[in-house]
Design a protein around this ligand. Structure first.
Ligand code: SF4
Length: 338
């Protein structure tokens, strides 16, 4: 069976022509798949029955399955998606009571080889890159299952997106074009692959950038994020300044507050010094335990002190709302658990 989500519009036009149909059928199919997010051919009411029957014999819309679905008490939904080769990765629907945004957090790889010490995905190692259509399939699955229209996409699920650069860039182009999601509403979150951050600036449409910084002290960062050995804080900063200059955008710095390690006053000052000449927002993420764990959750008091110290030096800071912690869908907890 051919999964239609694999095809670009041009490819789908050729596909329907090979089936003896007119080219315009491809546009109709595209609209049902991407604008209306239907999950079966029978719902495509402006396509004649004969063609729908022909399609049913040789094609499917998506070749992925929902292996597991968990709904959190805060409305977050985590899906475990099974790809056609049997590998699985998660995607998450996040909604916020006071906002109309519906964000899909998608995976870019099955597993990850960056080895961040606090991350559940790192514990399972790297399996493979996801294809562009497999990234799109995650968003379409959420839309088909909920009947809702995704407005924002964040590459914050399993994997380091910039280690799957070409596929992620193609997926971004398709998300923008086919799902009509503005480039400002598409965010790549990276642990800091400096040369690829610079390369991103050459894209026709440059996505928003979030950096998993997590620590502004090189020695401590090296302990929790091996990427620091290859692209250290200085090199990362040069790439971020380049991104801000080239695009005129700010970057978001994600900072995990680990009790007693990254949440101290000294670390807050190091962070202030590091970002002094950078256009950025800081998103503090209180650490979520991932089972047997050597790291601690920060106390509420330490979170507030850390935030206060940054704000008192004029920095823009938010503390990330913990979404879906009861279903392991919070930051660093996506690990293909079944
Ligand atoms: S935090 Fe991101 S980059 Fe680091 S190991 Fe986990 S998935 Fe990979």
């Amino acid at each position: 069976m051919d999964a239609l989500v694999k095809f670009s519009l041009d490819e789908l036009e050729k596909y329907v022509e090979n089936m003896g149909e007119k080219k315009f059928r491809a546009k109709q199919l595209f609209s049902w798949i991407y604008s209306k997010s239907v999950s079966n051919f029978d719902l495509m009411s402006d396509i004649n029955k004969d063609f729908r029957e022909k399609l049913k014999n040789c094609a499917v819309i998506l070749d992925t399955k929902i292996k597991k679905k968990q709904v959190s008490s805060d409305g977050t939904i985590k899906y475990l998606i099974e790809f056609s080769d049997g590998n699985c990765a998660e995607c998450v629907l996040m909604r916020f009571d006071n906002r109309s945004n519906l964000s899909a957090c998608v995976s870019s790889q099955v597993g990850c080889y960056m080895g961040c010490d606090f991350c559940a995905t790192a514990k399972r190692g790297f399996v493979r890159n996801l294809e562009p259509y497999e990234i799109l399939s995650q968003i379409l699955t959420i839309q088909q299952d909920t009947g809702l229209k995704i407005t924002n996409v964040v590459f914050m699920g399993q994997g380091e997106p910039l280690n799957n650069y070409d596929n992620v860039c193609e997926a971004i182009e398709r998300i923008n074009k086919y799902l009509n999601i503005g480039i400002r509403r598409i965010t790549i979150s990276t642990c800091g692959i400096a040369p690829k951050i610079k390369q991103l600036c050459e894209m026709e449409l440059v996505p928003t950038l979030a950096i998993s910084l997590h620590c502004a002290d090189s020695n401590t960062r090296r302990q929790i994020m091996p990427v620091e050995n290859k692209y250290n804080l200085d090199e990362l900063k040069k790439s971020l300044i380049y991104y801000c200059d080239k695009t005129g955008k700010r970057v978001t710095l994600e900072y995990v507050l680990i009790g007693g390690l990254t949440d101290t006053k000294e670390m807050a000052q190091k962070l202030c010094d590091y970002i002094n000449d950078l256009k950025c927002n800081i998103n503090l993420i209180p650490y979520n335990p991932i089972g047997v764990d050597k790291y601690k959750k920060p106390t509420k008091k330490d979170i507030m002190i850390f935030k206060y110290l940054l704000e008192s030096q004029g920095k823009k800071v938010t503390v990330r709302l913990e979404r879906g912690a009861d279903i392991d869908a919070a930051c660093g907890q996506l690990a293909g658990k079944i």
